[in-house]
Design a protein around this ligand. Structure first.
Ligand SMILES: CC(C)(COP(=O)(O)OP(=O)(O)OC[C@H]1O[C@@H](n2cnc3c(N)ncnc32)[C@H](O)[C@@H]1OP(=O)(O)O)[C@@H](O)C(=O)NCCC(=O)NCCS
Length: 180
């Protein structure tokens, strides 16, 4: 898939050092753009590297880590994180969707979400869930892709400035079984 000369690929859960550092760069730039993706603006390179190392080390065998690449650079990412509960083999969380601030509004966010949904279908999942800061532009994207908004939980997390609490909006999407 190609969006404005970026290619979407599955990175796998054992990337090389250089790609881990590219993912660290992407998170740091995204947080600097005031995005609510789990970090405060005081997050260090080491904090973010520890996050990626933890995600990769603990990944469910069916985890799908997508990246959007322009040349060698990683300009976007999203994860399909299958549920671990024994009674939820059909469900995954869509996590950490982000596009580098200089690469936004060119269709990459949509392409990453479409890749994540297709990947989830391909591995036999029928329910995907996510949450996002209430009122963020990502809500337009999810709704345009047919996600259902359940509601929002107030005061869920801090903005990157570490001072203001924001609500989180909770979404789900039922997937048709992929018979192809
Ligand atoms: C949300 C995000 C991933 C969208 O990435 P993107 O590449 O800019 O998105 P696209 O260009 O594919 O746009 C997809 C849709 O998102 C919505 N959208 C994206 N940016 C928007 C903006 N600034 N204002 C309004 N709607 C916007 C629109 O519905 C758009 O569809 P359209 O172009 O047909 O109008 C990006 O803004 C981002 O990384 N934000 C910070 C991290 C974040 O909030 N992640 C999500 C929750 S963890």
């Amino acid at each position: 898939m190609s969006e404005s000369s970026a290619e979407i690929e599955v990175l796998g859960t054992s990337p090389g050092e250089a790609d881990v550092e590219r993912l660290v760069d992407l998170v740091l730039e995204t947080v600097r753009s005031d995005a609510a993706i789990g970090f405060l603006e005081t997050a260090t390179r080491a904090d973010v590297r520890a996050y990626w190392r933890g995600v990769l080390a603990a990944a469910h065998p069916n985890t799908l880590l997508f990246v959007a690449r322009r040349g060698a650079a990683i300009v976007g990412t999203v994860q399909v994180q299958p549920a671990r509960a024994q009674n939820q083999p059909h469900r995954a969380e869509i996590a950490k969707l982000m596009v580098h601030p200089t690469a936004r509004r060119t269709g990459l966010g949509r392409a990453l979400m479409e890749a994540a949904e297709a990947g989830a279908r391909r591995i036999g999942l029928t329910l995907i869930t996510l949450d996002t800061r209430a009122g963020d532009t990502a809500e337009n994207l999810y709704q345009s892709l047919g996600w259902t908004r359940l509601g929002s939980i107030p005061d869920y997390a801090l903005d990157p400035d570490g001072r203001t609490l924001h609500g989180t909006a909770v979404y789900y999407k039922l997937l048709e079984r992929d018979v192809g």
